[in-house]
Design a protein around this ligand. Structure first.
Ligand code: ADP
Length: 421
């Protein structure tokens, strides 16, 4: 089947949230970078009094509150909106105009090395990974089941995994130095996440530079609420900072990133609580929030620092930048050098100040930022931000995971192969 102008619904179902985008694309549009984003939105607080936000290009966004008891009710609402006059999408008037659905699935385990068309066997295999991602995969499965119910089994669905891009990591990167038998028995290893984002940014980089995939050796830095770095060698993920779960690696909005694992049992005993409680603290109350004692939001921290020179706020920001620098150094050493570092994610794309603080003192590596170029790259701008002539380049490339999910969906359906040509 090779269909022109497919309407692909991209679904990202979280435990009580749902994000969606409707994207019109086909192989020809991809080639010309002429994919069209028709409408998008998000739903929060599914299971209670939900907040629905709907975005239409060139028109004011719509905000609604309504009780939505589960993911099926949420997706029903999304579909109803898409085909309504309100959405302003004239080319989608009935459910039959939604041609395919692409789902973000968090954990593909060792089974899924690339995006796949969803069938009963794939659903069972995603269920098998629930043990590895108990918070995320069940929500993703709810999204898949709700779509099957509402659109019927005839509408093709594709799963795009957050872990898949990192499937190329060598054992030296993905194993923990613990008894090998745990890896054998349970698949206890580093998987990495944010794979769709790192892959998209690496793809954009090679298109912008006009080089083949094999020539791409870079370090990508996804800095958003969640943060991860990826060492990309010959176009493939060679190492990444997140591990068995997204807790490992960089300091994030509310996650600690790397800590000495001994502190878990120690603190559990001190506080008379459980290891699971300490882990929750490391995920939800740490990072920028934990150190600043104020907020997990980098923009708010930068504003606070400007206005009040709060010591803990500056400390949180400095620790964040120092940790990124540590990983840049480590990954450049692992790669034996790279041609560029690439910033993406809400912080990476929008904050010249943080980029400058991260790159401060990297002159010895051959990287110096150009302040004017750095300041100019915000709000979705793409470009280089370094002084030309150095050994190492720095780029800002906005990520677009939804677009890559839509494109993978079309490629899997039309050719069976999700890889970007
Ligand atoms: P997520 O990881 O949830 O997708 P984002 O990629 O949107 O999140 O990143 C959110 C982070 O980006 C927040 O910490 C936010 O403060 C930060 N951010 C967004 N815009 C700016 C800005 N102009 N300056 C500094 N930080 C920003």
């Amino acid at each position: 089947m090779l269909r022109a102008g497919m309407h692909v619904l991209v679904v990202n179902a979280g435990s009580s949230t749902l994000k969606f985008q409707l994207i019109a694309t086909d192989p020809d549009a991809m080639e010309r970078d002429a994919d069209r984003r028709l409408v998008s939105g998000s739903i929060e607080r599914i299971g209670g009094h939900a907040l629905v936000t709907l975005r239409r290009p060139g028109r004011p966004r719509l905000l609604r509150e309504m009780p939505l008891r589960d993911h099926r009710a949420a997706i029903e609402q999304v579909l109803r909106f898409i085909v309504s006059d309100e959405s302003g999408v004239d080319e989608v008037r009935a459910l039959g105009d939604v041609h395919a659905v692409g789902h973000r699935v968090v954990h593909g385990g060792q089974r899924f090395r690339q995006s796949v068309r969803i069938d009963t066997e794939v659903i069972h295999a995603i269920e098998d990974q629930v043990e590895l991602a108990p918070l995320h995969n069940p929500a993703n499965l709810k999204g898949i089941r709700a779509i099957t119910d509402l659109l019927g089994p005839g509408v093709p669905q594709v799963a795009v995994f957050d872990t898949a891009f990192h499937a190329t990591m060598p054992e030296t990167s993905f194993l923990y130095a613990i008894p090998y038998s745990y890896y054998r028995r349970y698949g206890l290893r580093r998987y990495g996440f944010h794979g769709t984002s790192h892959r998209y940014v690496a793809f954009r980089y090679r298109k912008l530079r006009g080089v083949p995939r094999e020539a791409v050796t870079i370090v990508t830095l996804h800095l958003g609420n969640g943060c991860s770095a990826c060492a990309i060698k010959g176009g493939d993920s060679f190492d990444t900072s997140m591990g068995f779960t997204p807790l490992e690696g960089l300091m994030m909005g509310t996650r600690s990133g790397d800590v000495d694992p001994s502190l878990v049992a120690w603190l559990a005993e001190k506080e008379g609580t459980s290891a699971a409680d300490v882990e929750r603290m490391l995920n939800n109350q740490s990072g920028l929030l934990g150190v600043s004692g104020l907020t997990s939001d980098m923009r708010e921290l930068l504003a606070e620092e400007r206005e009040h020179q709060d010591r803990r706020v500056t400390l949180a920001i400095d620790m964040f930048c120092a940790r990124v620098r540590r990983y840049v150094g480590a990954f450049l050493a692992e790669l034996g050098g790279a041609e560029a570092i690439v910033f993406t994610g809400g912080i990476g794309e929008n904050s010249p100040a943080i980029r400058a603080r991260i790159c401060a003192g990297l002159g010895w590596l051959g990287l110096e930022l150009d302040p004017a170029r750095n300041d100019a790259c915000t709000d979705g701008a793409t470009g280089t931000i370094h002084v030309p002539g150095g050994r190492l380049a720095a780029w800002v490339i906005p990520t677009d995971e939804e677009l890559l999910i839509a494109r993978d969906t079309v490629r899997v359906i039309t050719t069976g192969d999700p890889r970007t040509p």
